[in-house]
Ligand binder design. Structure first.
Ligand SMILES: [Zn+2]
Length: 275
């Protein structure tokens, strides 16, 4: 984002960055301290022409299931309807109505394992400039399906079902009038309402196209839902299987991206980042 802003001759005004390893929900005190500091800095940065928010998208706070949607809404209420807000998310995000309603554009990472943070930031910043110079007027739709699965079959590099869905989703970006497509495999260990995976489509002044393509992605996702399920073992069965392996060491581990995610409440952390 920063390099694209500088290339365009814009002046970036950084706010704050916060990050923690995945675990249980963060406390309300922690969240409000971070949010207040971020919000005050955003307020002090005026006048501004646009807002770029690199978020994760699956943060949880005690008693608040959508802190990132809450932040996007707060930014919207502060800057008003005419200042574009462009958001980036992890593809393991919990995409909510609040996020979609208050952001002009949401783009997600395209790779898992993740190695496209840099290009995701570039894509977002370029879209912000396209809006500012009048090249586009984003319209969007999220097609959500009640599919909650671990990321075991969520690689985008292989023949995994998620890789296939991602190729299909990204190919839709070649269609006329499509600005961006994103595919989500929700972080599964969250415990909140309206969880689901699916596709988010941003079009240029064409909400009907966004809706129909988001629906296409959702239907395809639903068709592949059983392919995304990992093979599960009871702990005793996993140990018995491990004992059959000659030599060693044998490691029993949660291998799907997010050790510690979904820990019980009272563990004071989660993932939130903003700048
Ligand atoms: Zn992720």
């Amino acid at each position: 984002m920063l390099n694209t802003l500088r290339d365009q001759g814009a002046e970036p005004v950084p706010l704050i960055f916060a990050s923690m390893c995945s675990a249980g929900p963060m406390t309300r005190e922690c969240y409000h301290q971070l949010k207040n500091e971020w919000f005050e800095r955003l307020e002090r940065s005026f006048p501004i022409e646009g807002v770029l928010l690199p978020l994760h998208g699956s943060a949880l706070v005690d008693g608040l299931n959508d802190p990132e949607g809450d932040m996007i809404q707060a930014a919207r209420e502060l800057v008003g309807p005419d200042v574009p807000i462009v958001v980036t998310l992890d593809l393991h995000a919990h995409v909510t109505q609040q996020m979609v309603r208050h952001a002009d554009v949401i783009v997600a990472r395209e790779t898992y394992p993740h190695h496209d943070q840099y290009t995701t930031g570039q894509r977002a910043a370029r879209l912000l400039f396209d809006i500012l110079v009048g090249n586009c007027r984003p319209t969007k739709a999220m097609g959500k399906v009640p599919v909650i699965t671990s990321a075991i079959h969520g690689s985008t590099n292989s023949d995994d079902p998620f890789a296939d869905l991602m190729r299909y989703t990204k190919a839709l970006e070649q269609r006329d009038g499509v600005l961006s497509t994103s595919l989500f495999l929700i972080h599964p260990y969250m415990d909140c309402e309206n969880m689901g995976s699916g596709g988010l489509v941003i079009t240029n002044d064409d909400p009907d196209l966004a809706e129909s393509l988001a629906l296409e992605i959702a239907e395809r996702y639903w068709d592949r839902r059983h392919d995304l399920e990992p093979k599960m073992f009871m702990a005793s069965a996993a140990i018995a299987k491990g004992l059959q392996v000659a030599g060693g060491p044998v490691i029993l581990v949660e291998a799907a991206d997010c050790c510690g995610g979904g820990s019980c409440r009272g563990q004071h952390s989660s993932v939130v980042c903003s700048c």
